[in-house]
Each structure stands twice: as structure tokens, then as C-alpha cells.
Design a protein around this ligand. Structure first.
Ligand code: SF4
Length: 320
């Protein structure tokens, strides 16, 4: 039995592409590449892998992806999404897995002309060349619109069983989903945070201040973020869940109101009293008070002081 490596985003298109290939009696091993900005594998992904009989694994490529994100050779998309370089990176990783698992080709859920940046026909071919995978990437949903790949020429895949889907519509994919008995329709793509303009403001900030680390990217996913100085940031919890996550950080400076429930603030980076005072004023502001007693906890030492709320204009100035 022939074997293929699939790039799995968690979206409908990547799932369908796996099923189209599986229909041709080819074993599929799917991988989700974790860039730090996409959702991790979910329970539902495992349900699909069991239901449809393909294996699935998540692979952490965050460090390599961060280098790409800081300086993408092909630039960014509409936001901070370096899609072309991201795909090249994923395909290079998949190429290594292809040798490891003795697979004959790679499968992706790409559809021509679906997105502007990386799914134009010529871009698809450029990406393929850059990853040194010419003729080895099968896109089952658009396969009939693209040149025949090596597995088609070698008779491993029947081109007639591929599709000719193109553009942004989803009608044909939904019909295919119905055919395969997919009742809970996943979103079209895996939901990358780098396509969200508001989130990207925070990413740009940590790239600018050379703070792009795995830990800092995880923290971007919670709270409101404030840049207090070149080397110091504050994160303000928005609800009890976020406050608890911030509270559990060891060795950090934590700020919270003394005698009522309010936001917890985490200070990150080098700071002086000036930044701590500013963060305490922010804490009063988000407590919806004019002034309050605020606790600052640093190295297990607690300090209590009364602060006034920061002004609205200053909130706007410091907010990322
Ligand atoms: S949307 Fe995100 S995950 Fe998808 S190719 Fe672009 S950068 Fe990569």
C-alpha cells in the first residue's frame, strides 16, 4: 500500500483532501504543524482521524516559524501572516517526514485562487519549487486544474478521482463533506491568529522589542497588553480565568486590588518604580474606581499603596 503525508490544518479543506486520497486506497499520515499561532489539535480532530482511519500528530515548529515571522523572504499577507514562507517551511518539514515514513508524496488542502497571497496557481508552483518538492505535492481538491503530479504519472493516483474546485466559494466542499458523512463542519482553515489585525498589533510589538519567544507568544493570547517602556510590558487580566493564569506565574511582579475583586496585572521585563506605579494606576482604571489600595507583589514581598486611576488618554497611549 502506498503512503502519503498530509498537512492538516484542522480546517474542512485539509480533512476533505485526506479523504479524497484515502478513497484511492492510500494510507495517510496527517501532521498538524504548530506555529504558535494556530489552535492545537482538538478532540474533534482525533474523532475524525478515528472515524476515517488516518493517523494524526502535532509537530512543534514554533522556533523555526518565529525566524520566518521576524523576517519573511516573501513578505507578509494582509496582516502579519507570512503565508508563502510559512507554507515553504511546513512543506520542508513534511519532506523530511516523507523520507522518515517512506511516503510517496505530500497532500495539502490548498485550493487554487482561494486566498490572495499563497493560493494563486503560480504561487503554488513557486512554493513547491522553493521546498524542492516539484511534482510531489498533490492538492486533491484542485488537482484537475493543476499539472499532473508524479504520483499521478506513476499511476499511484487516479487523476479522474481528483476535483476541480477553485475560488473562495464553499458549496462544492460542503457537498463533499456531506458525501463523506462529515456532519460537524470545521471552519474552512485552521484559524491562524496572524490573520487577526488586533492580535497582530501585539505580535508586531514583541517583534519590535525583540521579545518573540514561545512563552511571550502564549501570553499574547490572554489579557490586555500595555507597553510601558522599551523593556517593560504589563498584561491585564480580563476575567477570573485570566487573572488566575497570571497569578500562577512564578517569579513575576503581580499587581491587584487589596480589598475587592479586580484585574490582576503581570509586569514583564526590566522595570523601575515608574513602570510599577503606572501599572497600579492601570489596575485602578480597570477596577472602575477613581482610586484604590493596590497590592504589588515582587519576590514574595508585598507592598500596599493607594493609587488614582490612569486617564483614558494614557490608557490609549500605552495600550498595544
Ligand atoms: S494563515 Fe497562518 S498558518 Fe496559514 S499559511 Fe498563513 S501564516 Fe501559515
Amino acid at each position: 500500500m502506498h503512503r502519503a503525508i498530509a498537512l492538516y490544518s484542522g480546517g474542512l479543506d485539509s480533512l476533505l483532501s485526506i479523504l479524497v486520497i484515502k478513497e484511492q486506497k492510500i494510507e495517510v499520515i496527517a501532521f498538524k504543524f504548530q506555529t504558535g499561532f494556530v489552535l492545537p489539535l482538538k478532540e474533534q480532530d482525533l474523532v475524525y482521524s478515528q472515524k476515517f482511519g488516518f493517523s494524526i500528530e502535532e509537530i512543534d515548529i514554533r522556533k523555526k516559524f518565529f525566524s520566518v515571522l521576524k523576517n519573511p523572504k516573501h513578505g507578509y499577507g494582509k496582516n502579519l501572516n507570512p503565508c508563502i514562507d510559512c507554507k515553504i517551511l511546513m512543506l520542508k518539514e513534511a519532506k523530511e517526514l516523507m523520507s522518515k515514513y517512506n511516503a510517496s508524496f505530500i497532500v495539502t488542502g490548498e485550493i487554487v485562487f482561494q486566498r490572495l497571497m499563497s493560493q494563486k496557481r503560480e504561487q503554488i508552483l513557486h512554493i513547491e519549487n522553493e521546498a524542492s518538492l516539484k511534482g510531489l505535492i498533490v492538492r486533491p481538491l484542485s488537482g484537475k486544474l493543476l499539472s499532473a503530479t508524479k504520483p499521478e504519472l506513476d499511476g499511484i493516483i487516479d487523476r479522474e478521482m481528483l476535483y476541480d474546485i477553485w475560488g473562495r466559494g464553499r458549496k462544492k466542499q460542503l457537498l463533499l463533506a456531506q458525501k463523506y458523512g462529515i456532519h460537524k463542519i470545521p471552519q474552512p482553515s485552521g484559524g491562524c491568529l496572524l490573520t487577526d489585525p488586533l492580535f497582530c498589533k501585539k505580535v508586531k510589538d514583541i517583534i519590535t522589542y525583540d521579545e518573540l519567544t514561545i512563552e511571550n507568544v502564549e501570553l499574547l493570547k490572554i489579557g490586555r497588553h500595555f507597553r510601558l517602556s522599551e523593556k517593560c510590558k504589563a498584561i491585564v487580566g480580563r476575567d477570573e480565568g485570566e487573572n488566575e493564569i497570571l497569578m500562577n506565574r512564578k517569579g513575576a511582579v503581580l499587581i491587584h486590588p487589596l480589598d475587592f475583586k479586580g484585574p490582576v496585572i503581570l509586569i514583564l521585563g526590566e522595570h523601575s518604580e515608574k513602570e510599577i506605579d503606572k501599572a497600579c494606576e492601570i489596575c485602578v482604571y480597570y477596577s472602575k474606581r477613581k482610586h484604590a489600595l493596590i497590592v504589588t507583589r515582587k519576590n514574595e514581598e508585598e507592598k500596599i499603596k493607594e493609587y488614582n486611576a490612569i486617564s483614558e488618554a494614557e490608557v490609549v497611549k500605552y495600550r498595544i
